[in-house]
Design a protein around this ligand. Structure first.
Ligand code: SAM
Length: 460
């Protein structure tokens, strides 16, 4: 790989010639691939090999997955580079917590955090970019996250609304991406000597807002996929100096190395951070810091009173279901669902959602996905959503239908397909290779296709 001359000079100075040679040579090696298995999907068998587990991640494996299988499309597995997996492990949210993933698209870390939370508590996944937030929502739905609200706001909007709110937050910051040069050689083109400093400025802006939303005593996990000290140790040193954050130790597995105090202000505690270098570790470049907000912090400007449990008022356009809607939903639930309870039900533009009880007032925050989308009220009937199909297990739906490879091909291309005329009319959960892949409506021996138009593809 052709690296910029300034990049080579910079890291040769920082690392010394011997180490820099190993480091720079590693840019010519192959990228490492990995994937995580989704624990929310009931541990169905998957087709990918699980022979090479990742030591530090209970759901992680080495290997490159096929993105067109039912394992992937159903969210039973998620493709994630092995170093990136360590970020979620360091965040390690607990059941029932309130967690924010501030820079979340496309959702690798969000889905990982959701694996720990097991659909309890509240996970807000925010993405500022209007295009990228759609992919984030797709991945959240595919993974079957029901405790997650996807927002499309600025850090300022979120901070203004939710001071001192979250138990822990992740800022997986937009950065100069040096650690991804191997995976995405295009990124090299954007790099120049000043680029890390420009990125660091943006990171400080984001973090200035982020620190306000963490509860006193709560945790901030800051990560980048760059080697640049300006964006790594120097940002952490700034958080400590400006806001009194305490750096917490991050465990180092084989090949991971300590943060480098000498690349910032000499604070020895920076060694508690972790660096993943591709010449030492089987993964791409990453930096991770774990910090604790001081218990007596006063960085949050106001402490607006929030509604209590079961008194959710998310914003003025979101309402309780009407009596008629409640009746339609209850009938539908009785006809199709088995032993499953949802959280608070709300309606937005004829769509029914189940939102986490912990949901705060989000007026002024742009919401992209409001918890679990259950379906849509049509004239005198209720139509289930694709998101619901991916959030339930086959045992929780009365009618399921195993489909073979040929019908799976029909389904993902958006075509109808024939089944026995004896099958009773209704909504069937379609299952392929053990994974629930979506709903189909059986009418007179034909399965009508409800695979979302935007997701359709051809297998070949
Ligand atoms: N956490 C993601 C994952 O694991 O899939 C990757 C996040 S990526 C490193 C950084 C994200 O920050 C990008 O999606 C980018 O659009 C977003 N971003 C860019 N500028 C931002 C800003 N000023 N505030 C918040 N997020 C921003």
């Amino acid at each position: 790989m052709q690296l910029p001359a300034d990049f080579i000079t910079k890291y040769t100075k920082l690392m010394g010639e011997d180490e820099a040679t190993d480091f720079l040579t590693s840019f010519n090696n192959e990228t490492n691939h990995g994937f995580r298995v989704n624990p929310l999907k009931g541990h169905q068998p998957i087709q990918e090999s699980l022979d090479f587990p990742v030591e530090y991640s209970q759901w992680g494996y080495y290997g490159e997955i096929n993105g067109k299988t039912s394992d992937h499309k159903s969210g039973a597995i998620y493709s994630q580079e092995p170093s990136a997996m360590y970020v979620g492990e360091v965040v390690h949210p607990k059941l029932g917590e309130k967690v924010l993933d501030l820079c979340a698209a496309p959702g690798g870390k969000t889905t990982h955090l959701g694996s720990f939370m097991n659909n309890t508590g509240l996970l807000i996944a925010n993405e500022i970019d209007g295009g990228r937030v759609k992919i984030l929502t797709e991945n959240v739905e595919r993974f079957g996250l029901t405790n997650t609200i996807v927002t499309n706001s600025t850090p300022e909007d979120i901070a203004g609304k939710l001071p001192d709110f979250f138990d822990r937050i992740l800022v997986d910051a937009p950065c100069s991406g040096e650690g991804m040069f191997r995976k995405n050689p295009e990124a090299v083109k954007y790099w120049n000597l000043d680029y890390p400093t420009e990125c660091a400025l943006r990171q400080r802006e984001i973090l200035t807002e982020a620190v306000k939303v963490i509860k006193p005593g709560g945790e901030l996990i800051y990560s980048t996929c760059t080697f640049a000290p300006e964006e790594d140790e120097q940002i952490v040193a700034w958080l400590v100096e400006k806001y009194g954050f305490e750096i917490l130790p991050v465990k180092k597995y084989e090949g991971m190395v300590a943060g480098k105090p000498e690349w910032a202000n000499g604070n020895k505690d920076l060694e508690k951070c972790v660096r993943l270098f591709p010449h030492k570790f089987n993964g791409e470049g990453h930096f991770i810091a774990k910090l604790k907000k001081p218990v007596n912090s006063d960085v949050s400007t106001t402490s607006t009173k929030r509604k209590k449990k079961n008194q959710i008022k998310i914003n003025a356009q979101i309402t309780d279901p009407t009596n008629e809607q409640t009746k339609l939903w209850q009938q539908f639930k009785h006809d199709y669902l088995v032993n499953i309870n949802f959280t608070k039900l709300v309606v937005y533009r004829d769509n029914l959602y189940s939102v986490p009880f912990e949901t705060p007032n989000l007026t002024g925050v742009k919401i992209h996905r409001l918890g679990l989308w259950l379906g849509t009220f049509k004239k005198n009937r209720f139509e289930p959503s694709y998101a619901l199909a991916l959030a339930i297990k086959a045992s929780e739906w009365r009618l399921s239908l195993n489909i073979n490879e040929i019908n799976w091909n029909h389904y993902v291309s958006g075509d109808t397909f024939a089944v026995s005329k004896d099958l009773k009319k209704g909504w069937y959960l379609l299952v392929h290779d053990f994974q629930a892949v979506g709903f189909g409506k059986v009418v007179n021996g034909v399965v009508k296709n409800f695979f979302p138009k935007g997701l359709r593809f051809n297998i070949k």
